[in-house]
Design a protein around this ligand. Structure first.
Ligand code: SF4
Length: 363
């Protein structure tokens, strides 16, 4: 079976859109939490097919975009140390700090920064540079954290003592709770992230329906997945029976991946974390457990997170909370473009501003 074809079938998509038109009779504001959904909705042209009753807002599901200004400042400062090699996924290279510099400019000025495609590549760098501390930038959600935890365990097994991780991981469910506690957000339903859900399953989202009466559907990233997820949410809303459903069964089991969760929880524990534009959210980050602190770059290198101001004029915080659309930011397409990004939402491939720019979306 060709899954790409099957889950983009135009006839089936048209049928689901028709059902949405028929069943979504009142204005309905849904948030797609995940940056990959944002891009999928634009790339497939789905947004223009959805009925006018469905109002689409993006959420805080791009890990690069939600990395707090103070975290960016900290890793930029660290990258300039002579005794470190910074290993990072490519998306972070152009994220600007307060002074306009980024990892790319730091690299041009002599900082040793290397792009890797997995934390295991960073571990290989640690073997390659035994006289340096190799620091992997641990930025991502529940999807990324288990692999990073597994790499840390491997480093210990292999007695590689110059491999460190700067853990700025974020957890999705606490951020959704924070959004729902903000009276200005006003979301009727959540399209829940498929990737994160492969790890955590459905249980951590149950509070959406139980505590807030808001429906949510875990959805995949092909057009039929998105439409199926939306239809499930609209139906739950119409029936007055909010729940959290799994509309991505070919990849996500209701229980998630307990092995991956166990590895993540062996190395890390939840702690309060700062999110760009949202602020501190209780229990929404991952820090090293005591037993694993010898891999904690912040502790080993004595790095201190200092207060940092938002980038002047950038509205990424409001975009991440679904309060404004990217093209409502005064800098969009003017001072801020993918070639000259002012904020991370224009840098990341999962960023809403980059998606609006790339797919020529205008209000
Ligand atoms: S357009 Fe640029 S400056 Fe405005 S919110 Fe997006 S990333 Fe920030």
């Amino acid at each position: 079976m060709d899954f790409l074809q099957e889950f983009s079938d135009p006839e089936l998509c048209r049928a689901l859109v028709a059902q949405l038109v028929e069943e979504c009779t009142e204005p309905f504001r849904f948030m797609e939490v995940c940056g990959t959904h944002t891009v999928a909705i634009f790339r497939s042209g789905l947004r223009s097919l959805l009925p006018d009753t469905i109002i689409h807002v993006s959420g805080p599901g791009c890990p690069v975009c939600v990395t707090h200004e103070s975290e960016v400042e900290l890793y930029l400062e660290m990258a300039c140390r002579r005794d470190t090699v910074t290993a990072t996924f490519g998306d972070l290279m152009k994220v600007p700090g307060a002074g306009g510099s980024c990892l790319k400019t730091a690299q041009a000025e002599g900082a040793h920064v290397e792009i890797v495609y997995s934390p295991f590549d960073a571990l290989a760098l640690a073997r390659k540079y035994p006289d340096k501390k190799v620091v992997f930038l641990g930025i991502g959600f529940e999807t990324t954290a288990p692999t990073i935890a597994a790499t840390i365990k491997m480093a210990r097994e292999q007695k590689i003592d110059n491999f460190l991780v700067l853990s700025f991981h974020k957890l999705v469910p606490p951020a959704l709770r924070a959004l729902l506690d903000d009276p200005e957000i006003g979301v009727d339903g959540f399209l829940l992230p498929g990737h994160v859900s492969t790890i955590i399953g459905l249980e951590p989202y149950r509070f959406l329906a139980d505590d807030y009466g808001i429906p949510g559907a875990v959805a995949g990233f092909d057009p039929l997945d998105v439409l199926k997820g939306l239809l499930a949410i609209v139906r739950m809303k119409n029936e007055g029976k909010p729940a959290v459903t799994n509309e991505y069964r070919r990849a996500v089991s209701d229980q998630g991946n307990p092995t991956a969760v166990a590895i993540m929880e062996e190395v890390f524990e939840p702690a309060d974390a700062l999110w760009r534009g949202i602020g501190s959210i209780p229990g929404s980050g991952l820090v090293f457990r005591e037993d694993w602190k010898d891999f904690d770059a912040a502790a080993v290198l004595g790095l201190e997170q200092k207060p940092a101001k938002p980038l002047p004029g950038c509205k990424c915080g409001d975009v991440l909370k679904g309060k404004i659309r990217p093209d409502e930011c005064p800098l969009f397409k003017k001072r801020c473009t993918p070639a000259t990004p002012v904020g991370p939402c224009m840098v990341s491939t999962e960023g809403s501003c980059a998606a609006y720019f790339k797919y020529h979306i205008e209000s």
